[in-house]
Design a protein around this ligand. Structure first.
Ligand code: ADP
Length: 559
């Protein structure tokens, strides 16, 4: 029985990515052993079996998944090296909120920690695998209901297992005048992505900010609702983003303080028209003026969307494999990059700015933006209009259409390809962005790795994603990538910037960089964790926050 792994099997996916997904094997390479049982710390085999028996009484035998094959299905399919570094002991798939509560209570009793996932597709950050070896995955994928879709006030209420594709299809079926915001790779769940602070590329692109009103199972099994949901049957639960008194909503994002069992998510009213301007920006250093041009227009509301600016490799990875463009092991040299840019008529960066809504407003906004760009670049942008009734580009995240095509980048190096993103946040000014670009570029070049960066201007900040692609079975390449990741974290933190999200293997290291007043934030997080989760049952070690029960003591704990 492999509930979560079903999407990895050929032929089952209804998503437009099957070809690419299947080029990456989901499971172990042929030589590797099956995932053996790793027990949670201090839990004997007999006690573990007793816990599984108790879980089975709640969810039924078929939803406690504890064979070697099951464990393999919940491993990190993009692990930098062996997935055995982050093994799950089992997975439990409850089918209702009551069942989640019952499992959490039993987990406390049996001291078996749980790692909640919504769809477990957190690719590049650990997939479904837990931070602490032996933690059992709590797979919420069976809770798949879209509980509400309100076309007037533009929001929905979803359970954890609702994928971006599910919600998209539901909106189409209902013919609701609503658009979603989707991440670049929209293979996962609406809820999991928002909880992890995922970004999209529409005016609703800050996904955690779209969350309004959560229902949460607390570490002792208690059920609570954030925001106006704290009042029984309050119709403003998913509309007013605060509460009376402190609001706890964001306490549960990137968090191990509770299990979110449903959430209100704001949606964008479908626009009547949309206009996209596209510029090829020739030089690497041009990113400075590009950011200084876009940010004030974004803050003034002329540009509403999150503007995604990928470097050239973002386009080339979709055209083939690395060997088709450069057949040496060493990083692609600058002269070859320049040749490719000419050959494919690409700028170093591509800037696409999309406007949404009334045609006249879009035209007026576009005129302001075009005039601002003209001060730096003579070439006019390409202009693409879309009007209601026109077909929508199925691969365009700026139009809220889920796609997983960018996953093809995992195939860039060949073999059992995978990727990780190094993702610091910097102020959205040219000076900060250029400084960050130069720093990460130099570190990546020093490790002889191809450079693929993007900046997403999402308000007063830009998120810089540096994609690192590797073949999981190439030991030397993986070792180099891990060294590179360490260096990026350390040197970026020295310059004063932090990552917004990271892979399981670096959660402690990134947590260490959040060091104001002797890591006061960590102390507060751990104080709260210990107060509400004395057994350390929920996601020990997530984001480097360890409960007392495992702090420093277990092999997975911080020393
Ligand atoms: P995706 O939506 O991409 O499939 P995941 O389900 O893998 O995302 O979730 C990413 C991470 O977010 C998980 O590893 C977990 O730490 C956290 N998470 C996901 N869903 C929940 C939830 N319902 N409650 C609490 N944390 C969650």
């Amino acid at each position: 029985m492999r509930w979560l792994a079903k999407d990895c099997r050929p032929g089952i996916d209804t998503e437009p990515t099957t070809r690419h997904i299947n080029t990456t094997k989901c499971y172990k390479s042929p030589g590797e052993a099956k995932v053996q049982l790793t027990l949670p710390p201090r839990v004997s085999p007999v006690r573990f079996q007793a816990a599984l028996n108790a879980f089975e009484k709640v969810v039924g035998k078929s939803w406690v998944l504890a064979s070697d094959e099951d464990r393999e299905a919940y491993s990190d399919i993009y692990a930098p090296g062996s997935a055995d570094e982050w093994p799950a002991s089992a997975a439990i798939a409850p089918g209702s909120v009551d069942e989640i509560q019952a499992i959490v209570r039993l987990a406390n009793e049996h001291k078996v920690p749980l790692w909640p996932v919504s769809r477990g597709k957190n690719l590049g950050y650990g997939s479904a695998a837990p931070r602490m070896p032996g933690t059992a995955v709590l797979d919420l994928g069976r809770l798949q209901k879209i509980l509400e879709l309100d076309p007037k006030l533009a929001y929905c209420v979803v359970e954890p297992g609702v994928s971006f594709f599910d919600l998209y299809e539901h909106i189409q079926r209902e013919q609701a005048p609503l658009w979603m915001s989707v991440p670049g790779n929209a293979w996962g769940s609406v809820l999991g992505n928002a909880l992890e602070h995922g970004l999209g590329y529409t005016p609703y692109g800050q996904h955690a900010r779209n969350l309004c009103g959560l229902e949460v199972v607390l570490p002792d099994g208690e059920l609570m609702r954030t925001g106006m949901g704290a009042m029984k049957d309050n119709p403003s639960w998913h509309l007013f983003p605060m509460s009376y008194g402190p609001d706890w909503t964001h306490m549960f994002t990137q968090s191990n303080l509770g299990i979110v069992s449903k959430a209100g998510v704001w949606l964008q009213p479908a626009p009547e028209t949309s206009l996209q301007l596209t510029w090829n920006i020739p030089e690497e250093g041009d990113i400075g003026w590009v950011v200084d041009t876009i940010t004030p227009l974004k803050l003034a509301g002329v540009i509403e969307q999150n503007v995604f600016i990928p470097s050239w490799l973002g386009k080339i990875v979709l055209l083939g494999q690395r060997k088709d463009f450069w057949d040496k092991e060493s990083a692609m040299p600058e002269w070859r990059v320049q040749e490719l840019l000419k050959e494919h008529k690409l700028g170093y960066w591509q800037v696409q700015i999309r406007f949404y809504g009334d045609e006249g407003l879009n035209k007026a906004r576009a005129d302001v933006v075009k005039a601002a760009f003209k001060r730096h670049l003579d070439a006019p942008p390409r202009e693409d209009w879309w009007r209601q009734g026109d077909p929508v580009n199925m691969f365009d995240p700026t139009m809220g259409v889920p796609t997983a095509v960018p996953l093809q980048m995992s195939d860039w190096v060949g073999g059992r390809g995978a990727h990780m993103g190094f993702s610091p946040v910097v102020p959205a000014t040219g000076a900060h962005v250029v400084g960050q670009l130069k720093r990460s570029r130099a570190i990546i070049a020093a490790h002889d790795v191809d450079f693929y960066a993007s900046f997403t201007i999402a308000g007063r900040f830009a998120t810089n994603i540096n994609m690192l692609m590797y073949d999981r079975d190439n030991t030397a390449q993986v070792a180099n990538m891990r060294k590179l990741f360490d260096a990026l974290i350390a040197e970026t933190a020295l310059a004063g910037y932090g990552e917004y999200r990271t892979h399981l293997g670096w959660m402690d290291k990134v947590n260490d960089t959040y060091n104001f007043n002797g890591a006061a934030q960590r102390r507060l997080n751990e104080t709260v964790k210990d107060a509400i989760d004395p057994n350390g049952i929920i996601a020990p070690g997530k984001q480097g926050v360890w409960p007392a029960a495992y702090r420093g003591a277990s092999k997975g704990g911080r020393a």
